[in-house]
Design a protein around this ligand. Sequence first.
Ligand code: GDP
Length: 471
Amino acid sequence: MKPSKHKAVLNDTICAISTPFGNGAIAIIRLSGPETFAICNTIFVQNKETIDFNNTLSHTLHYGKLFMEDQVLLDEVVIGIFRNPHSYTGEDIAEISCHGSIYIQEQLMQLLIRKGARAAKPGEFTLRAFLNGKMDLAQAEAVADLIASESSSAHKLAISQVKGGFSKDIRQLRTELLEFSSLLELELDFSEEEVEFANREKLTALLTRIRIKIDYLLASYSFGNVLKRGIPVTIIGKPNVGKSTLLNILLNEDKAIVSEIPGTTRDTIEDKIIINGICFRFIDTAGLRETTDKIETMGVERTYEKINEASIILYMFDLTESNVNDIKNSLQEIKKLSGNEEVKIILIANKIDLLVETPKSFKELSNFDTVYISAKRKENIHLITEKLIKTVKETNMQFDGNIVTNARHYDVLTKSLQEIDETLNGMKQQQSNDLLAINIRSALHYLGEITGDITTEDILDQIFGKFCIGK
Ligand code: GDP
C-alpha cells in the first residue's frame, strides 16, 4: 500500500547538492526525475556541441562546459548519466560534478530550478528509491545509518542491513503467516460447515517460530544499539584516585577522538573514542566526578542511572591508599547498584609509580580483571584499551545473525510479539476464529511496517525527514 501523496510527488524532477555544505575540490549536484535529461540538454555543451542525453548510454560520464542563460559560462563539469530503472532512485538521474565553490553550487542549483527542477526535501532521493521498489523500508533506514556510521562496528551493522538481511527474514515469516491468515479467513466464510483449512498444529509451530525469531531480534536490540551508539563505559572510584587524569588521557590524547556530543539524558556530556574500530562512549563523566567523590554518595539518583547504563565499569582505586577488603566490598556494592548481572567491571589499580612493588595482599584480586597503571606517567594505559576490546569481542559472540538497531523496528517488533502471544494463548483457549484472525492481522500489520509493505505517510515522513538533503 503506497500513499497517494508520495506517488504524485514522483512526477516531478528534484535536485539537491549531495556533497557536504562548503567549499571543496568538487561538489556533486544530483537530479532525479522525468525532466532530468531534458534539463541537462539545455545547459551542457560538449566540444562546442549540444548533446542529447536522452540518447546516451546509461552509466556514462560526459565532460564539458555548463552554461547559464545568455551563454554565460558557469563551470567545466562532468555529468554522470544513470537511466531508469538502473539508478539509485529507479528514475533518470544525472550527477553533475562541478568545482566545489559555494557560489558555483548555488548558481547551478538556481539554474536547475529555473529550468524546471524542484529543490529536493531531506531523504527524497531515498524515498523515491523506496517507492519505486529499489529497496525496502528497513534498507532505506539502514542507508541513513550507513551515512552516520563512525566506527567499523556501526558500519558493519549498517552495511548488512542495507543488503537487506534483516528484512528478508521478516518478510519470509510474514509471507508464511499471511498464508495461514487467508486460510483462517476462508474458514470464517464457511463457518457453518466446521471445516478446518488452517492446520492448527502447523499454525502453532509457525507462530512459535516467529516468536523465537522476534524474541531474538528484540534481545539483540540493546547490543545492536550499543554497537551503533558506542559502548557505554563509566569510570567510578573514590576522590583523588586519578579518574579525571585517566579520562583525559583516554579522551584527549587519543588521536581517534571523534566528537563531544550532548548526551541523550538531560544534562550529560558524552565523549566518544574509537579503538580498533569499536566506538566507546564514556558517559556522564562530568556528573560522576561530582557525585562519586565518595563511593557512599552513590545513592545519588543520577549516579545510579549512569551505573545502570554502563556496559563496562572501570572501577579505579589508589594502590597506596586502598585495602583489598574495601575494594571487594565496593565491588559488591557496585554490582548491586548496577542491577545488571552482565555488567563487566574492570579494576584499575592506579599510582604504581608510588610503590616499589605491589603489596602481596593484592594478589587476592587476581580473580578480577585488574590492570595496574600509572595515570600520571601514562604507564600501561594500553592494557586498559586492550581489556576494553577483549570485553567487547567476548560479548560479540552472542549475536552472529541479524541485529536490530533501530528504535522503530524495536517498537513494532514488540507490538507484533504481543499479537503473536495473544494468538497463541487464544488457540490454547480454543478462542473463536474471528478473534484469532484479528490478532494475526495485527501481527501481519506490524511486521509489514518494518519492511514497508505497509506504510503510512506519517511513518514515511518520520523516517525520511531525518535524512540529509541530497540523499
Ligand atoms: P579524581 O578525583 O579521581 O578525578 O582524581 P584526579 O585525576 O583529579 O587525580 C588526583 C590526584 O592524583 C592529582 O593530583 C593527580 O595528579 C594524582 N594522580 C593521578 N594519577 C596518578 C598516578 O598515577 N600517580 C601519582 N603519583 N599521582 C597520580
